[in-house]
Design a protein around this ligand. Structure first.
Ligand code: ADP
Length: 455
């Protein structure tokens, strides 16, 4: 069986609740009205019987049997009985089949001949003799009135339930409109792969929980779309970067293929193939590392690292490799220990020093520094190279971003991945990386992380 929609279920519950409340209210009102009517009849009968009992006695205190027509007043029929309970005056109303006298001064509801009526008995003492005056009135009118009232109340309740149901359904439909929009958008996205779709719920719907949910959903879609675009960009950038060395290798191979080149030409060709292969190998290993970082599968081994010693060692090594005319000054405080992954910290430092050498331009000085203050360790690599334009500073951390590709695409193998890795490593060590740079003056990259607590 098909499950009922939430809208229908809520409406039905709502209608049920309204019905129960209405029926209870109706019953209470009816019983109240009935008792008020009864009270009214009782008063009317007491009044009529009382009036009659006064008329039965003349000014000397004797019983004055009045004519039969007088035994009726204000819709109340009356019968007079003597002490032996025999009728001595008045007419028995048509709806009563027998004469019965209870004579206890009480007001009762009785049924006779299928007719319902009210009766009221009054005891009289005239000149030492007992008499009884009984009043009757048919309950027909009142009963008809009550049943009519019941019918019209019932009709009113039914109209109320229908209005409540329709109104409830309308309100619930309106409240569920955003939910419908959410599911339609999700369906459109999943069927058409169009991540640009949004719910775009207007504030006119209200500022309620569902409105907030729709907004959160839109924000989530924004994020997913951004990530998706980034991912796409990453794949296309990676393949673009790989295509260049592959093309160079292929063309070199085709050029050397005929076997008629000189030894020097072969040497040069092989050298070029080797260079491009190295570039590819570097790119592949960086891509592998980045994909592991993304998937959180990059194994990290945290240990106590003497950062002073590590920085000192890397600086010496880098200076040796370069063997150039750019000086690498060291300003390293000794004995600074941190908790970190030695391999990743090495990668971070090398990336920063490599960049400093790569973008030194006409500069002549690089400084690697390490200090510690208030439990925080500060590592910096500073150069007086080409610097970075202000508008590019925020972008240099993005993958494959190269501030000036003409300037950087120099066969050095740089592909704009270094700083995004640095950023990830800094984050994974609970640290922060930042840069201060000015075009033409130089740059200073600073990495701040917590010092290892003494155990
Ligand atoms: P790349 O492989 O191009 O060096 P990075 O992610 O390491 O990639 O750096 C991104 C960009 O940031 C570089 O292309 C360069 O424009 C800029 N950059 C990085 N370090 C420096 C620096 N020390 N001086 C000037 N520009 C820098």
């Amino acid at each position: 069986m098909r499950k009922m929609s939430v809208k229908l279920r809520v409406t039905l519950w709502y209608m049920l609740a309204v019905s129960i409340i209405s029926v209870i209210v109706m019953l209470v009102m009816n019983s109240h009205a009935e008792s008020m009517i009864m009270h009214d009849i009782q008063l009317r009968m007491e009044r009529a019987v009382g009036k009659m009992s006064e008329r039965l006695v003349d000014k000397h205190g004797n019983l004055r049997p009045p004519p039969d027509f007088m035994f009726y007043d204000d819709g109340v029929h009356m019968i007079l009985y003597n002490g032996e309970k025999s009728v001595i005056g008045g007419v028995k109303p048509f709806f009563i089949s027998y004469d019965i006298l209870v004579g206890d001064n009480s007001f009762r509801k009785t049924e006779s001949n299928g007719e319902r009526y009210y009766e009221y008995d009054k005891e009289l003492e005239i000149l030492g003799k007992m008499y009884y005056l009984k009043g009757f009135t048919s309950a027909k009118n009142e009963l008809t009135g009550i049943s009519q009232m019941l019918k019209s109340n019932l009709l009113l309740v039914i109209i109320m339930i229908v209005i409540a149901g329709l109104g409830g359904y309308f309100i619930i439909s309106r409240a569920f409109l955003p939910v419908k929009k959410i599911s339609r958008t999700a369906e459109q996205i999943s069927s058409g792969d169009d991540l640009s779709r949004r719910i775009n719920i207007g504030s006119e719907i209200g500022n309620d929980e569902i409105y907030n949910l729709a907004n959160v959903f839109d924000k989530m879609l924004d994020k997913i779309e951004r990530l998706f675009k980034k991912e796409k960009q990453f794949t296309s950038d990676a393949s673009h970067e790989l295509r260049t060395p592959v093309a160079v290798i292929l063309s070199e191979c085709e050029y050397l293929e005929d076997g008629e080149k000189s030894i020097d030409e072969y040497k040069e060709g092989i050298e070029s193939i080797k260079r491009q292969s190295k570039k590819m190998s570097k790119l592949i290993s960086e891509l592998l590392m980045i994909s592991r970082m993304d998937a959180n599968t990059l194994k990290t081994e945290f240990e106590t690292v003497d950062l002073s010693e590590l920085l000192e060692f890397i600086c010496d090594e880098q200076e040796q490799i370069r063997n150039g005319n750019v000086a690498l000054a060291k300003n390293i405080s000794s004995g600074i220990m941190v908790e970190g992954d030695r391999f990743l910290l090495t990668r971070l430092i090398i990336n920063l020093i490599n960049n400093a050498y790569q973008y030194i331009g006409n500069g002549d000085r690089i400084e690697a520094g390490l200090s510690e203050e208030n439990g925080k360790v500060c590592l910096w690599i500073e150069d007086n190279g080409i610097g970075i334009k202000e508008e590019e500073i925020s972008k240099i951390w993005d993958r494959f971003y190269q501030a000036d590709s003409a300037r950087t695409n120099d066969g050095s193998g740089s592909m704009g991945l270094g700083l995004s890795m640095v950023k990830w490593i800094a984050k994974c060590h609970g640290g922060e990386i930042s840069v201060v740079s000015q075009e033409g003056t130089g740059s200073r990259f600073t990495f701040i992380l917590n010092k290892k607590e003494k155990s």
